[in-house]
Design a protein around this ligand. Structure first.
Ligand code: ZN
Length: 481
């Protein structure tokens, strides 16, 4: 063997290098197998949460092989084992697996699906249902379900809104759902329609009768008897009065209409000339049991008056003759005093009118041209027939009759029941007027007994008491129908 020392040294170096290489390969194999060079990239950590109802996205989770002794990595394919149901809140375990050189490496993660989904509210709709405005909405039905809590129907809160119902429900995680049902019952909302004018001007009326109203919806349902009427008119006190007609339903919705009634005590049409200072006492609804007494009192004071007569008390019809012969004026009032009939139509009116004329003719041998409307020409009782007062007043004047209202209301048909109070009301009404037409009723004893005091006061204060004739001031009220 001629192996030199040099050769021996070279062989020893090669052996050492091979050994080192084997050692390195062995170490690398150990590292591969233990996985220290397979790393998982978990930006949200090994436990993370996702919101329910959203798509489960784990594309940010990655695995790679880290090249030893470098900062470089080789991406590895990643497999997910396990399932996350994003629609069902809860905890899910999943494992990510990455293989390198046929050796699998795993990473365990816990994914919590948070309940972020509001419950679902379902509204039942009955196609045949028609909401009634007055009765209010009757619930057609609803359901509420939640992914986490299940059936929440009995937790639904209901709120009535204007023309709508709002349903709200919350789940145990605090997610709230609200749905609104729009109700067309406003379409069925009735309208209150006033009979007659919304603004009435009345003058010294004995009483106020509301012309009435209707409350009907688009389907023709009549709610009139459910209307609430608030406000009163004191026909004895000048002023402006407001009457409110309203209808409220179960939901608190209201519809209303308003009427303004102005009561005037003076300024009722034509006035006498200043020097006249005249009082025209007028007595309606008689003659009756007190008419003879009244005629005696008038005679005693040399006073003249006017009687607007009826046929209500035939046994006293003879008083018409007596009054006429004593120089008082006789006028037509009404035979029946039945507002509902005489103002229902012209035929009924003139039938009643002519019956009274005949009564007067039978007693006096004359037909009268003087007339007083039952309730006055401004009465609101005639609203049974719209416009009839306007037509009748014109017809009567066209035929040569003269109708008379009044500008002093004695109150004897308006709550006063004593002779003194009636006399005081008349005196109060006449004081300061040059021309007074006083409304009284001679079928009321206390009103007749009030006359003497009025006559004394009038004569002491320079008034003359005259009977109305066709030349007298009409003292017309404002016709409101
Ligand atoms: Zn009358």
């Amino acid at each position: 063997m001629n192996e030199t020392v040099k050769d021996k040294t070279r062989r020893q170096i090669i052996i050492a290098l091979v050994c080192a290489l084997i050692f390195l390969l062995f170490m690398a194999a150990i590292i591969y197998i233990t996985g220290d060079c397979v790393l998982f990239h978990l930006p949200r950590g090994a436990e993370f949460s996702v919101d329910s109802g959203t798509a489960f996205d784990d594309s940010d989770i990655k695995a790679y092989f880290k090249i030893p002794f470098s900062n470089m990595g080789l991406p590895l394919e990643l497999e997910r084992l396990g399932y996350v149901d994003v629609n069902t809140p809860g905890s899910y375990e999943i494992v990510y697996v990455a293989s390198f050189m046929g050796v699998p490496h795993g990473q365990r993660c816990i994914v919590t699906v948070l309940d972020k989904q509001a419950p679902t509210i379902g509204l039942e709709v009955d196609p045949d249902y028609r909401a009634d405005w007055l009765e209010g909405y009757v619930e057609e039905g609803y359901t509420a379900t939640d992914g986490a809590d299940g059936d929440l129907t009995d937790k639904v809160r209901i709120k009535r809104l204007d023309g709508a119902v709002e349903y709200t429900v919350s789940d145990s995680a605090g997610n709230t759902a609200t749905v609104t049902r729009h109700i067309d019952y406003q379409l069925n909302c009735p309208t209150i329609t006033l009979n007659g004018a919304a603004e009435l001007c009345l003058c010294a009326l004995p009483w106020y009768t509301d012309p009435g109203f209707t409350a009907v919806d688009a389907q023709g349902n009549d709610y009139s008897d459910k209307v609430r009427v608030e406000g009163q008119v004191d026909s004895d006190a000048a002023g402006e009065y407001e009457i409110v007609y309203s209808l409220a339903n179960a939901s608190g919705d209201t519809v209303s209409a308003k009427r303004t009634v102005t009561v005037q005590m003076d300024d009722c049409g034509e006035m006498c000339e200043p020097e006249d200072k005249t009082i025209y006492l007028t007595f309606d609804d008689g003659p009756g049991p007190y008419t003879d007494t009244l005629l005696d009192i008038l005679d005693a004071y040399g006073a003249k008056a006017t009687f607007f007569v009826t046929g209500a008390y035939p046994e006293y019809a003879r008083c018409i003759k007596r009054a006429h012969e004593a120089g008082h004026s006789i006028g037509v009032h009404t035979f029946t005093h039945w507002y509902g009939k005489i103002y229902s139509n012209e035929e009924n009116f003139f039938q009643d009118f002519l019956a009274t004329q005949k009564l007067i003719y039978d007693q006096t041998g004359e037909y009268t041209q003087l007339y007083r409307f039952p309730g006055g020409s401004s009465n609101t009782a005639s609203f049974v027939n719209y416009g009839i007062m306007t037509r009748l007043s014109k017809s009567l004047e066209d035929m040569g009759y003269r109708y008379f209202d009044w500008n002093v209301n004695s109150g004897d048909a308006d709550g006063l029941t004593g002779a003194t109070s009636v006399a005081n009301a008349i005196i109060r009404g006449c004081a300061g007027k040059n021309c007074a037409v006083v409304l009284q009723h001679d079928i009321k004893g206390f009103s007749v007994y009030a006359v003497e005091k009025v006559l004394q006061w009038g004569q002491e204060n320079g008034y003359s008491f005259k009977a109305l004739d066709t030349e007298s001031p009409g003292m017309h009220h404002q016709i409101v129908n």
